[in-house]
Design a protein around this ligand. Structure first.
Ligand code: N01
Length: 535
């Protein structure tokens, strides 16, 4: 490595993406004395929070924990205003971090990486962008995000629509005026469920097109109380350590071992307490909710009963009632979602009764009728975990394309490296806990590990690192074995790629939980990056 000097346009590392992963990676590389640049498609930092500006967009992890912990002064100085941070506040935080650590000088905005080709002779990556830039680097680090490649569904006639057309994952910066407008929203995942209540308050009429009913729990969002904030800040290190020791990296009250071990009254009381507390904590009410179908059914029934209690029209309540396994798809957290269906200006179309035939110039045509609208919104999610990388032409040894290596589903070692793609790291890649956890701490854990690895290579004068085929095979098989034991494989979720036509059905995130994953990473670091071939 050449330290911070640049020769012939060669830099030590190129980082793809300037969301929370890319920003912290740049910082760590610089601190290690390595030269690095980042390319970012968006016009500013923030990643997913730069693009997802739809009405109601908010994180469902608590703000005091959905934040960096690498710099104590930063976490003490920054003041969050609400229990769950809204998109504009998260974006302000990202901008604050970029400014505070002077990150923008090494980020090329509005620039998309199109190709990254490994040159085995030179032991370098050749990286090209849509702006015609060509750069060489020793290490290619993907910080592209798990949910960044927008999924446009295979619905006929999308180009025919003549009204205003938006996707939640690519929301316009200037916002959208819904006043007196009729709106169609396709999809009922987290993005739709957050935006529907806000849009319905503004629009004349909203028609929601639902393919699968989802479980939605109330956020119980509120302004943060300064006393509570001071208490958390005074105890940050131990609270962060406590979070790291939980399955998802979130501090929820520990649940009993089985929902079936307690009386029905106790069980419902436990669910009720967590419903009132709000947020994802309902998932942790009992430890066997994702492994025992009968236990799971008790939590599912609790939410189904809530829907029937809240939604006044029994037919609408029926349509909104999910039938799949509770928590199999990502649990949705929202404010006033079910309550919104009691308003007079919203209709719910169940696509199982009346599928969409096509989009017309005026709206959505189902098998029953035409729904003419002024505004059409796709809230149809993402080509998750692999989409953003597969859309780049990445070629490793022998010109092998990453998208071909991943033809039957992603294969990685620890979600960090791919055999055949030397000197390439994938922050929160498939095969790591990533989307099943609180993302910012998980990002930090990966970035710290990559930083340690590069420093160790530098000390040893090593220039090449590659995941071994056998370590990768073992890791992929282990993750598949764990996933197959979990109820999470029982529905058509984006975790399995089931939302994208033709995508192989493979459970992509590591399902064994954060503590097991961290222990494995610490073990390989102690063992000189066992499983990676370093030369
Ligand atoms: O996407 P989704 P999302 N015809 O894939 C439907 C994170 N996130 O953007 O379920 C009709 O969940 C699809 O139907 P089905 C979070 O991790 C976090 O909402 O496949 N419908 C589904 O209803 C989340 O899980 C936050 O049958 C079609 C919807 O579109 C992830 O991002 C906020 C269709 C897509 O739902 C993705 O959420 C927002 C078709 N052809 C997002 N194709 C928070 O922090 C798809 N659908 C709170």
């Amino acid at each position: 490595m050449n330290g911070s000097k640049e020769h012939d346009q060669i830099c030590d590392a190129i980082v793809i993406g300037a969301g929370f992963a890319g920003m912290y990676m740049l910082h760590v590389l610089r601190e290690a004395g390595l030269s690095a640049i980042a390319f970012e498609t968006g016009g500013d930092v923030g990643g997913t929070w730069y693009w997802n500006r739809y009405p109601g967009a908010r994180c469902d992890t608590e703000s005091l924990f959905y934040s960096y912990q690498f710099d104590e002064a930063l976490q003490q100085d920054w003041n969050w205003t609400e229990r769950y941070p809204a998109q504009p506040e998260i974006l302000q935080y990202a901008q604050h971090v970029a400014h505070r650590f002077d990150l923008k000088r090494n980020i090329n905005f509005n620039t998309k990486v199109t190709d990254a080709l490994w040159d085995e002779n030179a032991q370098l990556w050749n990286v090209s962008t849509n702006k015609g830039a060509h750069k060489r680097c020793r290490f290619l680090i993907s910080a592209v995000g798990c949910l960044s490649a927008v999924n446009v569904p295979d619905i006929d006639g999308l180009d025919d629509f003549k009204g205003e057309y938006y996707q939640t994952g690519l929301w316009p910066r200037e916002g959208v005026n819904f006043r007196d407008k009729t709106v169609a929203i396709i999809g009922t995942g987290s993005s739709a469920i957050q935006s529907i209540p806000v849009i319905t308050e503004q629009a004349r009429h909203v028609t929601v097109f639902q393919r699968t009913a989802n479980y939605v729990v109330p956020a119980q969002n509120r302004p943060l109380d300064p006393t509570e904030v001071a208490k958390i800040k005074s105890d940050y290190p131990s609270l962060r350590a406590k979070a790291k020791a939980t399955y998802s990296g979130n501090i929820f009250p520990t649940g009993g071992s089985s929902a079936l071990d307690v009386s029905p009254e106790e069980r419902v009381q436990e669910y009720e307490n967590r419903w009132r507390a709000g947020g994802l904590g309902l998932m942790g009410a009992f430890q066997d909710l994702q492994s025992n179908q009968a236990s799971n059914e008790t939590a599912a029934d609790f939410v189904r009963n809530k829907i029937r209690e809240i939604v006044k029209d029994p037919e609408v309540a029926r349509k909104l009632t999910p039938t799949n396994t509770f928590g199999c798809k990502r649990l949705c957290v929202a404010t006033n979602y079910y309550e919104t269906y009691n308003r007079g200006n919203i209709s719910l179309i169940d696509l199982n009764d009346t599928p969409i035939q096509r989009i017309t110039s005026n709206g959505v045509r189902t098998t029953r009728q035409d729904h003419d609208v002024d505004i059409l919104i796709l809230a149809t999610g993402f080509d998750a975990m692999t989409g953003a990388l597969n859309r780049i032409n990445i070629q490793g040894t022998g010109g092998e394309k990453l998208r071909d290596t991943w033809r039957d589903g992603p294969v990685t070692y620890l979600g960090l490296g791919v055999h055949g793609f030397p000197n390439m790291f994938t922050i929160t890649g498939p095969g790591s806990p990533s989307v099943l956890t609180n993302m910012i701490p998980t990002i930090e854990q990966h970035v710290n590990l990559i930083g340690k690895c590069l420093i160790s290579m530098s000390k040893k004068n090593a220039s090449r690192i590659e995941a071994s085929a056998s370590a990768q095979d073992d890791w992929v098989a282990y993750n598949a074995e764990l996933a197959n034991r979990s109820l999470r494989v029982t529905c058509n979720s984006w975790y399995l790629g089931a939302n994208v036509t033709g995508k192989p059905r493979v459970f992509m995130p590591f399902v064994g939980g954060l503590p097991a994953y961290i222990e494995k990473c610490e073990e390989i670091v102690r063992d000189d990056f066992k499983g990676f071939l370093i030369t």
